[in-house]
Design a protein around this ligand. Sequence first.
Ligand code: ZN
Ligand code: ZN
Length: 251
Amino acid sequence: MRVTADYHTHTVYSHGKGSIEDNVRAALKRGLKAVGISDHGPGHLFIGVRGEGALRRMQKEIGEIRSKYPQIAVLCSVEANIVDLDGTIDVPEKILPALDLLLLGYHKLVRPRSMRAFFWLAANLLCGWLKLRPAWLRRLNTAAICAAVRRYPVTAVTHPGLQVDIDTAALAAVCRERGTLMEINSSYGEKLDGYVRTALPLGVSFLCSSDAHTPERVGDFAAAFALIRRLQVPAERIANVQADGEERQQE
Ligand SMILES: [Zn+2]
Ligand SMILES: [Zn+2]
């Protein structure tokens, strides 16, 4: 089994360490056929892409890099944040058509869009610190993420259940219905076992990614592969892997 694409990588446009070109060169070194530049959405208080202008500059830079490296697909993406209970994300609607992929992840410390969103995000922060998991908060979290998956063309939900308590089965059902993938994130390893265990029997498909914040980690799927082996996730359920021998059969 080998991964053919890494759609979740960060650069200096958010809090990654390398440039877009550094990530592309690292992906080529790993033999990938595609790499996604998926920096944090602009709604994050500290690590997001700096506004719409920066998103436009990224798109332009990716266009130039594509002509320089025609041997690999370089995809323009964002790891969007949820900024309200109705599932609103922090990527302006007019930017969406220009994206090749849209990743969606719940992150703490994002700028709320409304007062009720402020209290919701604050409740998650507080309950996280106090290690409390009230059912009402889990319902709100699940409804918000499911609404975002229904409302936007989300390619994949990143690290489901990390930083937030959700009903995984409910989210997996919506993802399956919408054709949205659920991420097996190689930066978190065993922390994601619980959600994969729940989602696997529900027929949803997965996406394997590095969530690299340095060029060296682009295409590093070691922890994701360990999870896949541990939980026996079949290769055909993972959108961006090729089973051994598959490539040869295609040629
Ligand atoms: Zn993330
Ligand atoms: Zn990320």
